[in-house]
Design a protein around this ligand. Sequence first.
Ligand code: GAR
Length: 193
Amino acid sequence: MLTVAVLISGTGSNLRALLDAASHPDFPARVVVVGADRDADGLAHAEEFGIPSFTVPFRAHDSREAWGEELGDQLDVWTPDLIVLSGLMRLLPPSLVARFSPRIINTHPAFLPEFPGAHGVRDALAAGVTETGASVIVVDDGVDTGPILAQERIPVLPGDDEHSLHERIKPVERRLLIDVVRRIATGELTLTD
Ligand code: GAR
């Protein structure tokens, strides 16, 4: 059974979908802990599912490195096989990436390498593209530059705003994430950095 730690910053709707999938007896992975960089609303999903959680507040640390070190120590308590960034809106310091690489994956609301960074949906709209997408990648030291594990195109519709487009992207992200976690757990997919 693959053990998974999930890191979030926000509402955790993708986390919730993974918790739902992983609570099915046939699913080959289990979420063992949920972590956050702030008092994220999504931590309530962990509580509802009886999954332990922790918070390592970014702002309580002098540097990204110091934050990453404590985050790594908290993760190590649970010895996760895989770490899923599901809306964690912080760049991990290289030392933390190196500590767990290539076992950290990330969901992103755009068709990478298009529109990396914190505003993938907003940037796609601003660029006026007619389609964007959703991606699941391996985390490396760059900003959304790691190997792509799964991705799918999603049309931008006339009248879309950031919210409506993001809400249409998220269900695709969830499906891709759950499938990637399942394929890693079964050995169908091997992570490399
Ligand atoms: C998701 O769309 C995720 O891909 C994105 O934040 C959202 C979190 O939603 N992450 C990034 O943009 C990272 N650069 P959620 O909190 O409802 O799961």
